[in-house]
Design a protein around this ligand. Structure first.
Ligand code: IPM
Ligand code: MG
Length: 361
């Protein structure tokens, strides 16, 4: 099979971790007989440096010509980087929001799994993590507060800022359907997270999710308020299968969920539209503080590449092979610094990529 993949290495640790994911993909291509055709695309700070804007129309056009896009991370240190002297809509993050919208990537899947081998890195007590946990956060990605109208004005001499949180029923319905479809392939439970005791958008969310649930009688639906969910994630993460939520809540809860797995450096993500196309990226950020040091954990990006093979190319055996290679390397005791514990062997970014690629046979 010929796989046409757009690659956005991005900023900070992005280039280092994407290079390792490409190494693993190349090995998969070799072993399973696929050709990989990469188109390197610029986004975020890297695009600002060349074009003055974080995302160009040409990049959007080229991304659309690919079957899928693999991305590292974008953004820099907000205190020191010149990118943050620019107007908010010219900063690196604006490029990411724009590409999500331009490609209609409304469904963001963020799996949070506690690896048996990494239990030591999990900050929760053993009695809570006993038996592990495995949840999928489904975050709505192209609506809500991050895409609502915003402005900052002076009113009667007082600076006032507005952000609006808007959802229509169609936006809620399509993400809810995705969540229930995914739950059908898992443990058949959906926890829909909202703030329906305060927000109108959440009350509509609840109503539409309940309608969709009617079409999936085998799936158990429960509603949970977002503040309670934040607490339940550390109190009893095992209770969750699929968490369905709106954009901002999903942004926050997915970082929390990643931390309880031990490290944000382990978490993959997929952003999908109505077709097979997807953008795949680690859940973590660009970590400018450790960029260029060769110590970043490439596993989240490598696992994102596995998600890409599974969702965009239907290459399940190949995706399984990557996931197994990661598990094997961890079982053998290899660790990057973020997941290091006593008695294990510490390796850098490149060596971790080499080890995982070598385990694909
Ligand atoms: C994420 C990031 C982005 C988001 C930022 C960089 C705009 O935090 O993917 O979770 O909030 O969506
Ligand atoms: Mg985030």
């Amino acid at each position: 099979m010929n796989l046409k993949i757009g690659v956005i290495k991005g900023d900070g640790i992005g280039p280092e971790i994407v290079t390792e994911a490409m190494k693993v993909l190349d090995k998969v291509g070799e072993v399973y007989g696929h050709t990989l055709d990469y188109d390197q695309l610029l986004m975020g700070g890297a695009s600002i440096d060349v074009h003055g804007v974080p995302l160009t129309d040409d990049t959007i056009r080229r991304a659309k010509e690919c079957d899928a896009v693999l991305m590292g991370s974008i953004g820099g240190d907000a205190k020191t980087s010149p990118w943050y002297q620019l107007e908010p809509d010219k900063r690196p993050e604006a490029g990411l929001l724009k590409i999500r919208k331009a490609l209609n990537l409304f469904a963001n899947l963020r799996p949070a799994v506690l690896y048996e081998e990494l239990k030591g890195a999990c900050p929760l007590k053993e009695e809570i993590t006993e038996g592990g946990f495995d949840m999928m956060i489904m975050r709505e990605l192209t609506g809500g507060l991050y895409f609502g109208e915003r402005r900052t004005v002076e009113e009667n001499g007082v600076m006032t800022a507005y952000d609006s949180l808007t959802y229509n029923e169609n936006e809620i319905r399509r993400i809810a359907k995705r969540a229930f479809d995914i739950a059908m392939k898992r443990r058949r439970k959906v926890t829909s997270v909202d703030k329906a005791n305060v927000l109108d958008s959440s009350r509509l969310w609840r109503k539409v999710v309940e309608e969709v649930a009617g079409e999936y009688p085998e799936v158990t639906l429960e509603h949970m308020l977002v503040d309670n969910c934040a607490m339940q994630l550390v109190k009893d993460p095992k209770q969750f299968d699929v968490i369905l939520t709106e954009n901002m809540f999903g942004d926050i809860l997915s970082d929390e969920a990643s931390m309880v797995t031990g490290s944000i450096g382990m978490l993959a993500s997929a952003s999908l539209n109505e077709t097979k196309f997807g953008l795949y990226e680690p859940s973590g950020g660009s970590a400018p503080d450790i960029a260029g040091k060769g110590i970043a954990n490439p596993i989240a990006t490598i696992l994102s590449a596995a998600m890409m093979l599974r969702f965009s190319f239907d290459l399940d055996a190949e995706a399984d092979a990557i996931e197994k290679a990661v598990a094997d390397v961890l079982r053998e005791g290899w660790r990057t610094i973020d997941i290091m514990s006593d008695g294990k062997s510490q390796v850098g970014t490149e060596k971790m990529g080499d080890l995982i690629a070598a385990h694909i046979a």
